[in-house]
Write a protein that binds this ligand. Structure first.
Ligand code: GYE
Length: 309
């Protein structure tokens, strides 16, 4: 990448990079915290961050990446809203010799040569953690565990992998279960609530054992729908959420959520290190996972004050 950017930044500093960042949107507390972490880290490192909020629309992200190419930024950070459909624009970045670093979400395997590295969560592992708790909790449920699932954005890496990881473990553990319904709530509270209302209208809640929500917001929206239907979330139906925001933990403390799989958005500093390494031409791993834990009802209260988002 010899002819790349940086050569016109001879105005003093020298190290300050120009980084284009095509963020997914602002759909969740997780996302807001992630944007804040990356913006703060860029500033602290002395880099200029061109930030685009794509409002969960792939076309807006593609347009943003093309813009970054035109502007000849030093590096492009992309948090791809969905996994497919990136080949052309990633090829354009490669042709322009601008490295692309994926933050948070991944793209389909076929495009793996078209980005340098991904820093983010192991979503399948998150799903497996949720599945391990469900398999253990419902191991003695003789008549079969009836499950509702609120999936994240259709076609997104976390929705695909949180689903596959979860059911992989239920199958491996031999749990007798039934997926009563599974729909996307697009990672938002509003859509999570609306889909849960539809689930309740269609299936009722009697006999439903578990709701698996792919993020906090959808789980919190569903809790409202469950309460409006006169049922007790956390008791009449057990609930697993993923992320672990303050609001999610508060719902846990209130007894409305039974299990929380953590997803950590605060990787801004780590991301800046990766971007700098890539621009320097250093070897980097193809994937760097962010460290995350799990929490059950015995831990919610003690953990709540530690939550950062
Ligand atoms: O779990 C969800 C957000 O991609 C890991 O996106 C991220 C997910 C996160 O909308 O809250």
């Amino acid at each position: 990448a010899c002819g790349g950017g940086g050569d016109d930044s001879g105005d003093g500093g020298g190290d300050g990079l120009v980084i284009g960042f095509a963020q997914v949107g602002a759909e969740s507390a997780w996302r807001t915290a992630n944007s804040a972490s990356i913006q703060a880290a860029a500033e602290a490192a002395g880099h200029e961050l061109k930030f685009v909020d794509a409002q969960q629309e792939q076309e807006k992200q593609i347009a943003a990446v093309r813009d970054f190419i035109t502007q000849q930024v030093d590096a492009i950070v992309l948090a791809p809203v969905v996994e497919t459909g990136w080949t052309d624009v990633l090829q354009e970045a490669a042709d322009a010799e601008i490295p692309v670093i994926l933050a948070d979400r991944g793209v389909e395997a076929a495009d793996e040569d078209l980005y340098v590295t991904r820093l983010g969560s192991d979503f399948a592992e998150e799903g497996r953690k949720a599945g391990a708790w469900a398999a253990e909790t419902f191991a003695d449920d003789a008549d079969g565990t009836k499950i509702l699932e609120l999936q994240g954005t259709t076609g997104s890496a976390p929705a695909n992998d949180r689903k596959s990881g979860f059911f992989e473990v239920l199958d491996a553990e031999g749990l007798n279960y039934e997926i009563v319904d599974s729909q996307s709530g697009n990672f938002t509270a509003e859509e999570g609530k609306a889909v849960m209302e539809t689930f309740i209208t269609t299936h009722g809640l009697d006999g439903i054992d578990l709701l698996y929500a792919h993020n906090d917001e959808m789980g919190l929206g569903a809790i409202q729908a469950i309460e409006e239907a006169g049922k007790v979330p956390g008791q009449d139906i057990q609930i697993i959420i993923v992320d672990g925001s303050k609001a999610g933990f508060q719902a846990g403390v209130d007894g409305k959520v039974n299990y929380i799989v953590e997803c950590n958005p605060a990787f801004g500093d780590q991301l800046m290190d990766v971007v700098e390494s890539v621009v320097n031409g250093d070897e980097v791993e193809k994937f760097t996972p962010v460290e995350e834990g799990v929490f059950d009802a015995t831990q919610f209260e003690a953990e709540l004050p530690n939550r950062q988002f």
